[in-house]
Design a protein around this ligand. Structure first.
Ligand code: ADP
Length: 505
């Protein structure tokens, strides 16, 4: 106890109740020196009053007093405040009574007469107990506060998730649903009180959605950026876009998935209106432009035939006007194709198409152009019959026409363009290979986007719309085919198209 400091508890208050003045005064002196605030009382009833007024932490109580005796006083003090530590002061003859008092809840006792050190030790021990009690109370308060904070934080997060306009579904690693928010239930037309706990397909019948949720929940994707977004239609005229992310545990393991759903119906409507508008405007522009183009050609022909000495400048101007109108006609053709693909009306008249005939026709048609640039354009097909592809022939023509036109355009004069085809594993693969300018890998993804063009010192002056490859990609997506590209600047490009062969082949 020697290292115990009274300042460890804020203001230790001690009450001494004893009928002997010497004891009261002695205790007062010793305890005051210990740093305590001390009050004294000479009998039980005065002691009780002081307990109520002074709120002592410790009471030193004489058992043998005239009037109200110590035992009675002890009981009454406990009725006023159970937390007071009572130390019994007793003569040798009444140790038994002291033990009795301890049984009643007194904390300690000190036999009379006592040395100052004895008093210090006993009171020091009681003060230490008080201090520990105070510390425990503080810790308990803090623990309760932390729990309350945690509870508040949890309910705050819950409130945020519930208020989100986007649908949220959380699954565990077994693919079972552990959280749904009201927006999700509304998107899926589920009752507002639908409970979590079932597998994903109990809430969303779309198989693609269920597969995405399952794959992400089981940690199939090591890189979250590779997770594709998914679009589906839960009811007629409604479109939902889904993004999924895994929930990583502390060790990096996958604990489940978070799926966020956005209603993109209005965007779809806007997109459709935009496509319809572009289609309408393009359609309206096409005929007058074709007429202007034709008329320029006629004027040029007449000019050359009737006035061979016409100024060179006039012919040059007309020739440029013809080129520009041709560019516009091509742009309009591409825009019409794009809107047809977006409205789903392209590639929708499937019929068996003999691939050999189709490729031969396109290559023959392009032969003139290749010749004008002194390019070697070859078609190399495997021995035996190429299988038929069940697809819209216009769509196939557009795919290979665009790729071969690009190869001719982006290959300098005197270059080589090879078209080859092969068949394996239920797929027919067509490669369009050139030894032209090539494409830097950082553009490989982007060139399939609408209007994306790569401008290098070689390609800057080649006219084009930037729509061709987006049309190719859109058509292949609709036909269940794929396209890939191998290319490097200066080393040429190879576009590889794969298409599923129809079953009756
Ligand atoms: P366009 O040819 O009308 O610009 P595309 O969508 O067909 O539009 O092509 C997009 C871009 O991809 C082109 O601008 C060109 O830079 C590049 N590209 C396409 N094919 C080739 C090719 N065979 N060789 C080099 N670059 C190509």
């Amino acid at each position: 106890m020697s290292d115990f400091r009274l300042d460890d508890i804020s203001v230790p208050r001690v009450l001494v109740v004893d009928d002997e003045k010497d004891i009261r005064d002695g205790c007062y002196r010793i305890l005051t020196r210990m740093g305590a605030t001390v009050e004294t009382a000479e009998n039980g009833s005065e002691g009780l009053k002081k307990v109520a007024l002074f709120h002592p932490g410790i009471v030193l109580l004489d058992l043998k007093m005239p009037g109200m005796d110590g035992m009675e006083t002890l009981r009454c003090i406990q009725e006023i405040d159970l937390n007071v530590l009572i130390i019994i002061i007793t003569g040798y003859a009444t140790v038994e009574t002291a033990i009795e008092a301890m049984k009643l809840g007194a904390y300690d006792f000190i036999p009379k007469p006592f040395e100052p050190d004895q008093l210090r030790i006993v009171v020091g021990r009681a003060l230490e107990k008080k201090r520990l009690e105070a510390e425990t109370a503080i810790l308990e308060t803090e623990r309760r506060k932390t729990l309350v904070d945690l509870g508040t934080e949890k309910s705050r997060i819950r409130t945020v998730i519930e208020s989100l306009p986007n649908g949220v579904m959380v699954t565990n690693a077994n693919g079972r649903v552990v959280l749904l928010n009201p927006a999700f239930l509304a998107f899926m037309d589920l009752p507002a009180d639908r409970q979590e706990g079932d597998p994903v397909d109990a809430y969303v019948s779309d198989p693609g959605f269920a597969k995405l949720a399952e794959d992400v929940s089981r940690g199939t994707y090591s890189n979250a950026d590779e997770i594709p977004s998914y679009e589906f239609s839960p009811s007629v005229g409604r479109f939902i876009l889904v993004r999924a992310r895994p929930v990583p545990g502390e060790e990096g393991e996958c604990l489940g998935a978070v799926l966020v759903l956005m209603d993109v119906t209005s965007l779809k409507v806007l997109d459709r209106l935009k496509s319809e508008f572009v289609a309408k405007v393009s359609h309206e522009l096409r005929s007058p432009l074709a007429t202007i183009h034709e008329q320029i050609a006629v004027v040029m022909r007449d000019l050359v035939a009737n006035s061979p000495s016409a100024p060179l400048e006039d012919t040059r101007l007309l020739s440029r006007a013809k080129e520009k109108t041709q560019g516009l006609i091509e742009l309009i053709g591409d825009l019409l194709d794009v809107s047809r693909i977006e409205s789903g009306s392209m590639a929708h008249q499937p019929q068996p198409v003999p691939l050999y005939k189709l490729l031969r026709g396109i290559v023959d048609f392009m032969a003139e152009r290749a010749k004008a640039k002194n390019q070697a354009l070859s078609l190399d097909l495997p021995a035996g019959r190429l299988p038929e592809i069940v697809a819209d022939p216009m769509a196939l023509e557009s795919i290979f026409g665009n790729l071969i036109t690009n190869a001719l355009n982006y290959t300098p004069d005197g270059g080589r363009i090879e078209v080859t085809a092969s068949v394996s594993d239920g797929l027919v693969t067509v490669k369009v290979k050139d030894n032209g300018y090539g494409i830097d890998p950082r553009h490989h993804q982007k060139i399939f986007e609408k209007f994306y063009r790569v401008k290098t010192e070689h390609t800057r002056y080649i006219t084009g719309t930037g729509l061709g490859l987006s049309i190719v990609k859109g058509l292949l997506d609709a036909l269940g085919g794929t396209i890939s590209l191998e290319s490097e600047p200066g080393k040429g490009s190879t576009f590889t198209v794969s298409l599923p062969i129809s079953e009756k082949n």
